[in-house]
Design a protein around this ligand. Structure first.
Ligand code: UDP
Length: 243
C-alpha cells in the first residue's frame, strides 16, 4: 500500500457537503459517512484539521439581501458553522475518534476557543480538530478561514471537499463542454475568476506555498488517495516564479 505523503492535512467541508441529498440542514447519515472516511484517514497516520462551512444553514450575505444587518447575518453564519461542527464532532466521538471543536468565537460552554498553540499540540497528539466560526470575523468566508487555519497549523495540504469533482473552465452544470483542470496555478485561478475559493483565501495559500486540491466529497476514498499523493480532482499550486 502506498505511503502517506502528507503528514498534516486541513479538510474544508462546505455546509452543502453536510446536507447530503437534502436541500438544507444537516443529514446525519451524511455526517456519519464523512466521519468514517475521516477516521480512515486519521488511522492511516494523517493529522487532520477540519474547517466546516455553514451555508446549509445561514450565510450573512444572503441574510443581508432580505434586510438583516450584514454583521448580524455573518454572526449567524458563523454560529451555523459551530452547529455543523458540533454535529460532526458528535459523530466522530461516537465512532471512537478523539475530537475537539475549536471556535474562532468564544462560546466556552459549547466548545473550546481556538489558539494556534493548543491546536498544533492537539494535532500532534493525534486528535482531530474541527475549526468552527471561520476566521471569527464578519465579511469573511470559511474558505478564507480554512486557508488561514491551514497556514497557522502548518498543514502540508489543503483539501476543499465539495459537490463538484474539481475546477472547470466554466460552470459544468450549465455548459456541457466545460473542461476540468488537472492542475493550475493560483494566479491563473484568480485572473480567470475560476470558481475555486475566495481571492483572499487563494492569496494566503499562494503566499505561503500551500497547495489546494478541490475534490468531490462523494468520491469514496478520495481523501486517503490524496494523502497518498495520488491525482484526484484539481490541484492548485503556487506560481512557478515564487517557488
Ligand atoms: N462567516 C463569517 N466569517 C468567517 C467565516 C464565515 O462571517 O470567517 C459567515 C458568513 O456569513 C458565511 C457564513 O458564515 O456566509 C457561512 O460560511 P460559508 O458561506 O463560508 O459556508 P460554506 O459556503 O462553506 O458552507
Amino acid at each position: 500500500m502506498a505511503q502517506i505523503k502528507y503528514k498534516r492535512i486541513l479538510v474544508k467541508l462546505s455546509g452543502e457537503a453536510l446536507m447530503g441529498r437534502q436541500n438544507s440542514g444537516i443529514d446525519p447519515a451524511m455526517i456519519d459517512k464523512l466521519a468514517v472516511e475521516l477516521i480512515e484517514l486519521r488511522d492511516s497516520g494523517v493529522e487532520i484539521g477540519i474547517v466546516v462551512g455553514g451555508g446549509n444553514l445561514f450565510r450573512g450575505a444572503d441574510l443581508a439581501t432580505v434586510g438583516l444587518d450584514r454583521v448580524v447575518g455573518d454572526h449567524m453564519g458563523m454560529l451555523a458553522t459551530v452547529m455543523n461542527a458540533l454535529a460532526l464532532q458528535d459523530s466522530l466521538l461516537r465512532h471512537g475518534a478523539n475530537t475537539v471543536v475549536m471556535s474562532g468565537l468564544d462560546i466556552p460552554q459549547v466548545c473550546e476557543s481556538y489558539t494556534q498553540r493548543a491546536a498544533r499540540q492537539r494535532l500532534s497528539a493525534g486528535e482531530i480538530i474541527i475549526f468552527a466560526a471561520g476566521t471569527g470575523s464578519p465579511y469573511f468566508t470559511t474558505d478564507t478561514g480554512a486557508s488561514l487555519r491551514a497556514v497557522e497549523i502548518r498543514a502540508d495540504l489543503l483539501i476543499k471537499a465539495t459537490k463538484v469533482d474539481g475546477i472547470y473552465d466554466k460552470d459544468p452544470l450549465k455548459h456541457a463542454d466545460a473542461v476540468r483542470f488537472t492542475s493550475l496555478g493560483y494566479e491563473q485561478a484568480i485572473e480567470q475568476r475560476l470558481a475555486v475559493m475566495d481571492v483572499a483565501a487563494m492569496i494566503l495559500c499562494n503566499d505561503n506555498g500551500l497547495d489546494l486540491v478541490v475534490c468531490d466529497i462523494n468520491q469514496p476514498g478520495a481523501l486517503l488517495d490524496l494523502a497518498r499523493g495520488e491525482t484526484v480532482g484539481t490541484r492548485v499550486t503556487r506560481n512557478e516564479a515564487q517557488q
